[in-house]
Design a protein around this ligand. Structure first.
Ligand SMILES: Cc1cc2nc3c(=O)[nH]c(=O)nc-3n(C[C@H](O)[C@H](O)[C@H](O)COP(=O)(O)OP(=O)(O)OC[C@H]3O[C@@H](n4cnc5c(N)ncnc54)[C@H](O)[C@@H]3O)c2cc1C
Length: 336
């Protein structure tokens, strides 16, 4: 019988065995299948926040050599507290990441590096990643988890109040302001879904057209729901109180709300996927990398996870789940 077949049988024969006792001493030796030269990692992860660290955790536990490159600018760094994450509800986002990094430190196969990835070249089983420090790293697989950037419009007070008075997601912060007067900046037809969604949190909603042409049908729908529509363009957002906002409009009087929801355009935090020519899909606010059900992109050996590759509802939970899946499928793709 060939060596490869024997190894496969050996791996399969472990299925159904009882779990190792929690008291058993872990064996941190690298996987014996890591036969690559010492200079080569199994996986390089670009972006070490919720998605990237979740991928690293699975790989480290499988004793696969992984290097995580990160520049420390996770998307929700503007928010004081993070919500809706099981076991971590109502904690500062940075505290969740600090705890995760501390937990990952016990896996010798995981190396975390504060550095930017500037370029990726090569093909499956031999990728090279050039860092901002001028170092070249090699790996058999790559996971892209470098997230997206919210592009602040040129409106005074928008960027300054992002994450406090101006927020994107009711699942993240809606509970804390339920029943209060909410505002919504219209960003396109998809905003009507937000209007319907928000009813679960409040009956007091004002929509700001912000220069968009709102169709008669939508105007009638909003009126039927007793949701006032304010035409004109937003010229300034002034914070009042702990999170309230006064919205200044070019064609009419100011309007005060307790919280303003807005969905600025996003763009990927880096352009590595562009250089690689990875396939993308359009989302209502930007683009997302296209992946298959194993989180592999259109280039074999390159996986993607988190907001960068999520055309649906972005969240810490989704990013973590996708990151874990990317790590597991990258590992399984290297089995002999
Ligand atoms: C204001 C606000 C509040 C939010 N609140 C919540 C909440 O309460 N609950 C919730 O579940 N979700 C919340 N979210 C959504 C949440 O922030 C994202 O879904 C989550 O951060 C996505 O995780 P990620 O790992 O995909 O990307 P990110 O967390 O954005 O991390 C990407 C990482 O990649 C790094 N990076 C970028 N480029 C490079 C490069 N070239 N090389 C190396 N590293 C790089 C970045 O520095 C960053 O550390 C909020 C979002 C916003 C904007």
């Amino acid at each position: 019988m060939q060596r490869r077949t024997l190894l496969k049988l050996a791996a399969l024969s472990t299925i159904g065995l009882p779990r190792a006792q929690a008291t058993a001493k872990p064996n941190p030796t690298p996987s014996k299948y890591n036969t690559e030269p010492i200079t080569m990692d199994d996986v390089i992860i670009i972006g070490g926040s919720f998605a990237g660290l979740a991928g690293a955790l699975q790989l480290g536990r499988a004793r696969r050599k992984v290097t995580v490159l990160d520049t420390g600018l996770q998307r929700n760094r503007f928010a004081g507290r993070s919500h809706g994450v099981l076991g971590h509800d109502d904690k500062p986002p940075s505290a969740i990441l600090t705890e995760a990094r501390q937990q990952l430190a016990r896996y010798p196969a995981i190396k975390m590096v504060n550095a930017r990835a500037d370029n990726i070249s090569g093909t499956i089983d031999n990728f090279s990643v050039l860092t901002g420090d001028g170092e070249t790293l090699s790996a058999r697989r790559v996971i892209l988890s470098y997230g997206v950037v919210d592009q602040m419009p040129d409106v005074s007070g928008y960027a300054e109040n992002w994450g406090t008075s101006v927020i994107p997601c009711p699942y993240c912060d809606g509970f804390e302001v339920a029943g209060q007067h909410w505002g919504l900046v219209w960003s396109g037809p998809q905003s009507m879904n937000q209007v319907r969604l928000f009813h679960d949190w409040t009956d007091r909603l004002t929509v700001f057209a912000d220069g968009h042409d709102i169709t008669p049908e939508i105007r009638a729908d909003l009126a039927g729901r007793r949701v006032p529509l304010v035409d004109g363009r937003i010229t300034e957002i002034a914070r009042h109180g702990s999170h309230g906002a006064t919205i200044k409009i070019d064609t009419g009087p100011d309007v005060a709300v307790d919280i303003l929801f807005a969905h600025p355009r996003t763009k990927p935090s880096a352009s590595l996927h562009d250089t690689l020519g990875l396939a993308t899909v359009n989302t209502p606010t930007g683009i997302a990398l296209k992946t298959d059900e194993r989180r592999e992109t259109s280039v074999p050996g390159i996986y993607a996870a988190g907001d960068l590759a999520n055309p649906g509802i972005p969240s810490v939970t989704t990013a973590t789940w996708q990151g874990a899946m990317a790590g597991i499928f990258a590992q399984q793709s290297m089995l002999v």
